[in-house]
Design a binder for this molecule. Structure first.
Ligand code: HAM
Length: 442
């Protein structure tokens, strides 16, 4: 039998200078095991609610042709102007890491001829997105979204359902969200509004920053997204888009709100919500927690809206569509804040051993418990019982099964109540049965 050497070898001391450590890219991070339980809970809530509403999973490539985002998201948006990670491959392809997934989904709908399937096509996706933004709390350069897109249907009930789904996912996670909602009409009806907005801000041009002056010339709607406190103040008196909506957009919006009233989804009308992507038409919305801090930092948990013109912009047939995406990093952070007590890697029972014979028997008992569906923990590489009991406590085990040399010889095992410390001896053949009884498993 191989023996453990008593002294561990010291690592050889090298005269060479240690190479510099490599950190993750700025604004990107590792999601460590201790956090994964929260992510699992968030992902499960998203998938279960989206599936209930008939959405099916789709995965699209993380890189796409740069032109997809330039045309889809919009050339003059912050995302495309400043934040997109683009590169040219050895084969001279111009590709970009996806900054969002809606354009990719519409591309996939067109590429795969989904127009010929029964409409609407309802898809969900989950995965990393990339934006070269200034990193700060809740803002990363690689972040994760869960999104739902509903393509091929223009009825207002779909817009309302998407708002409801995003709201319900957050509710399921114990997050009380408020929906901010607006309608930005059709591109045609927006022309007059843009003119009105433009002349309003032109009269206040002197107070605008260099960047906002550029926005004023290129796309005055983007001024409504400005984070500059002076612009936020000016916004209060600015013309409101609702006053410029065409009749159809107005009626559509009224119906969306009526459906939300019907289901008691709390919402606030936000006449200046325009969103930072160019593809939206009619309904736009964002989800916030009721916390003032989140409102002040403008960190929405999610957002979405209708984008009836996008398929055509991307070379497809006209296809009405709407969707939303939740920012999972922000959702998980909220979930953690609300439930710090969640112990994701909890076990029900811990199998501990003493001595080599005990270890061999314990390996077997661990397998039997696992196969019986009991969440079981172990630390087979540890020798000392004290160290094993510490791990059992850390992992939240209510019971421990302890097997030493004596128990192996007697054909027994010790079952320890981890709370009270009381112990009993049971027949080794009945360990699983006894544990299941104590745990109340059927
Ligand atoms: P978005 O508002 O750009 O919309 O992003 C949706 C959510 O992703 C945000 O509300 C936020 O929670 C999260 N998010 C965005 N950027 C970051 C970041 N840098 N770090 C962390 N989280 C972030 C879209 O992406 C649209 N595609 C949504 C959509 C789907 N519209 C229609 N269908």
């Amino acid at each position: 039998m191989p023996k453990k050497s008593a002294t561990k070898k010291e690592p050889a001391v090298s005269s060479k200078k240690a190479p510099p450590q490599i950190a993750p890219p700025r604004g990107m991070r590792d999601i460590l095991p201790a956090e994964q339980g929260f992510w699992d809970i968030a992902r499960k809530a998203c998938i279960s609610i989206a599936s209930t509403y008939g959405f099916e999973r789709i995965d699209t490539p993380i890189v796409e042709e740069t032109a997809l985002f330039v045309r889809g998201v919009g050339k003059q948006t912050d995302i495309v102007e400043k934040e997109i990670y683009s590169f040219e491959t050895a084969g001279n392809e111009k590709l970009s890491l996806r900054p969002e997934c809606t354009a990719s989904i519409v591309r996939a709908y067109i590429s795969n001829g989904m127009l010929n399937q029964p409409q609407p096509v309802k898809l969900w996706y989950m995965g990393p997105m990339f934006r070269h933004d200034r990193p700060q709390r809740g803002r990363y350069r690689q972040f994760f979204q869960f999104g739902c897109e509903l393509l091929g249907e223009m009825d207002a009930v779909c817009d309302a359902q998407l708002v409801i789904i995003s709201y319900l996912i957050l509710k399921e996670l114990g997050i009380d969200a408020v929906v901010r909602i607006n309608s930005i009409g059709t591109p045609e009806s927006r022309v007059n509004y843009k003119n009105a907005l433009s002349s309003y801000f032109r009269s206040k041009r002197a107070r605008l920053s260099e960047e906002d002056r550029k926005r004023l010339t290129k796309n005055p709607l983007r001024l409504l997204d400005s984070k500059d406190p002076a612009v936020i103040e000016m916004k209060a008196e600015a013309p409101q888009i609702v006053d410029w909506l065409d009749e159809d957009s107005k009626a559509h919006f009224m119906r969306v709100l009526e459906y939300l009233d019907e289901i008691n989804v709390p919402y606030q009308l936000d006449p200046y919500l325009v969103r930072g992507l160019d593809y939206y038409t009619k309904t736009v919305f964002e989800l916030f927690t009721a916390s003032e801090e989140d409102e002040a930092t403008q960190s929405a948990l999610g957002g979405g809206g209708r984008y009836d013109g996008l398929a055509e912009i991307l070379g497809g047939r006209p296809t009405p569509a709407a969707g939303f995406a939740l920012g999972l990093d922000r959702v998980v952070s909220k979930l953690k804040e609300l439930n710090p007590q969640i112990e994701p890697n909890k076990v029900e029972v811990f199998v501990a051993q003493l001595g080599e014979q005990g270890r061999k028997k314990a390996l077997m008992v661990f397998e039997e418990l696992r196969e019986a569906g009991v969440k079981t923990g172990e630390a087979f590489s540890k020798d000392a019982i004290k160290a094993q009991m510490e791990i059992a406590n850390r992992r939240g085990a209510a019971w421990a099964v302890i097997i030493g040399q004596k128990e192996v010889l007697d054909g027994t095992a010790i079952i320890r109540d981890m709370d009270s410390g009381t112990q009993e001896i049971v027949d080794a053949r009945k360990i699983v049965q006894e544990i299941k009884k104590k745990l109340g498993h059927g």
